[in-house]
Design a protein around this ligand. Structure first.
Ligand SMILES: [Zn+2]
Length: 187
């Protein structure tokens, strides 16, 4: 859903930000990029969104400099968060916290830890063990008490995401598929 242009407000940075990340699916794509998803086919499988919509969102995120599209003969096309994209982590984290606080009575769905010492991160992203604000590549994500395995898909990609791992660590599930459908040529 594109926000109506009347939301545009030169003096409101929230309105400006929502023009970039307020579209349906966009933050989910960004979330998956933090989880280490890089390939078109993996985003499509994980999010179950129409490929044309995914192509459109990826294109717009690349245009805005949130993602970078890299093509490599060996690995194919990959999308990765730029520094500008990585700067959205506190937003994603805050929205996860909010959802956990108000919609997950059994506890957090995903727990975040400092990979080096295993300390849990507080809501501000600070390690409760060593006290440092943990940079994104050093954050380990794992399922929490509110996570319901029965509600999760059981495919290689979901299994990888649900196994304790560092953020941004690449997931390469689609490479093991016999036929990678790849991305539409319009991307
Ligand atoms: Zn720590």
């Amino acid at each position: 859903m594109t926000l109506p242009s009347t939301y545009a407000d030169d003096n409101c940075s929230l309105a400006r930000t929502l023009e970039i990340i307020g579209e349906r699916w966009t933050l989910m794509i960004i979330r998956d990029a933090f989880y280490g998803v890089r390939r078109f086919g993996d985003f499509a499988a994980q999010l179950k969104i129409p490929r044309a919509v995914l192509a459109n969102r990826l294109k717009s995120l690349v245009r805005e400099g949130v993602l970078i599209r890299e093509e490599d003969a060996a690995t194919g096309v990959e999308y990765r968060l730029t520094d500008k994209g990585l700067a959205l982590w506190p937003v994603v984290h805050a929205l996860m916290n909010w959802g956990d606080a108000f919609y997950s009575p059994a506890g957090v769905k995903r727990a975040l830890r400092h990979d080096q010492d295993g300390g849990l991160l507080d809501r501000e992203g600070r390690c409760q063990d060593c006290g440092s604000v943990v940079p994104v590549p050093q954050i380990r994500i794992e399922t929490g008490p509110g996570f319901d395995p029965a509600a999760s898909d059981d495919d290689p990609l979901s299994r990888a995401i649900n196994t304790p791992r560092r953020l941004l660590e690449p997931i390469v599930a689609s490479r093991t598929r016999p036929v990678d459908e790849g991305e539409p040529s319009t991307v």
